[in-house]
Design a protein around this ligand. Structure first.
Ligand code: UGA
Ligand code: MN
Length: 304
């Protein structure tokens, strides 16, 4: 609506009465312009006064199997909704695979792509019970190595070990973001229970609700804690022990970093479940195999 009036102002007129009217219009428009300029100034993005958000470094071990791309897709869609997140994907493989490389380059996430193969004697074999050997230990250590060699401790940050098959709420990431040393919270659907969790009294963790060996130093699932970047960089020896007995993998890492009293309880003093230890069923390939025998198998060039 300003435009026609401005155009009119530019037109000639010798009539004094009109001149007066025009002067008034011009002054009114000046005022309006001034107030609009003030408004745009206010609306302009200025430098944030708040300190920048600490980065969440998520370390995810992953290995080739039929459901891998589906798991990574689901996971990446959660992470895309989390501000200031850096995904460190570590393949259990002697080389970076094409599937994961392609996937990550199109993911829209800030990421680092690493790999290290679990040595044969430590690797779970087909048919072994899943509890026999720890999984993902070498891969998490490789992620820690990369952080120690590439990130300086002045940069605020927190490290979380996110397996590729679990289910993560967005709230979980905001709970862990400002971790000072080690944060903890409940994990749902784990250890043969509805949930496992630290028990908090007077603001401190005093023991753990778990169905199995509560006397372990840290009877926590991998999904139930996050560690500050500063603490990990200050303790270069802290790592996961791939030879740890069943249920002691998490303890092998946390033992050298904190005491139970120092743990920071999150998720409403550990009363809310914000992460679930879900496990994906292995798809049956009976039809596929039968059809392959008849020469009618599916096209191996189609990536699943
Ligand atoms: C439970 C815990 O939630 C894991 O954090 C822990 O590593 C594991 O037990 C253990 O005892 O080692 P669970 O569901 O039994 O988890 O293990 P998976 O989800 O099968 O594996 C954990 C992670 O390691 C996953 O991200 C998976 O992709 C990766 N993995 C698994 C490998 O990198 N290589 C393997 O051969 C198997
Ligand atoms: Mn799992």
């Amino acid at each position: 609506s300003l435009l026609p009036q401005l155009i009119n102002c530019g037109q000639r007129c010798d009539c004094t009465e009109h001149d007066l009217a025009k002067d008034r219009t011009i002054s009114r428009l000046r005022e309006k312009l001034h107030s609009l300029l003030e408004q745009t100034k206010k609306a302009e993005p200025t430098k944030p006064l708040k300190p920048p958000l600490p980065t969440i470094y998520v370390i995810t071990p992953t290995y080739a199997r039929l459901v891998q791309k589906a798991e990574l897709t689901r996971l990446s869609h959660t992470f895309l909704l989390v501000p200031q997140l850096h995904w460190i994907v570590v393949e259990d493989s002697p080389h970076r695979t094409g599937l994961v490389s392609e996937f990550l380059s199109h993911s829209g996430l800030a990421f680092t792509h690493l790999h290290v193969a679990t040595p044969h004697e430590r690797k779970l074999q087909e048919g072994d019970p899943s509890w026999l050997k720890p999984r993902g230990a070498e891969q998490r250590n490789e992620g820690l190595r990369w952080l120690r060699e590439n990130i300086r401790s002045q940069e605020g940050g927190v490290i979380y070990f996110a397996d590729d098959d679990n289910t993560y709420s967005l709230q979980l990431f905001e709970e862990m973001r400002w971790t000072q040393r080690v944060s903890v919270w409940p994990v749902g659907l784990v250890g043969g229970m509805r949930y496992e969790r630290p028990i908090v009294e007077q603001g401190h963790v005093v023991r753990f609700h778990t169905g199995w060996r509560p006397s372990r130093p840290f009877p926590l699932d991998m999904a139930g804690f996050a560690v500050s970047l500063r603490l990990v960089l200050a303790n270069p020896e802290a790592r996961f022990d791939g030879d740890a007995p069943m249920g002691f993998l998490e303890s092998s890492f946390l033992q050298s970093l904190v005491t139970m009293e120092e743990l920071e309880p999150k998720a409403d003093l550990c009363t809310k479940v914000l992460v679930w230890h879900t496990r994906t069923e292995k798809p049956k390939m009976k039809r596929e195999e039968a059809m392959q025998k008849q020469g009618l198998g599916s096209d191996p060039a189609v990536e699943v």
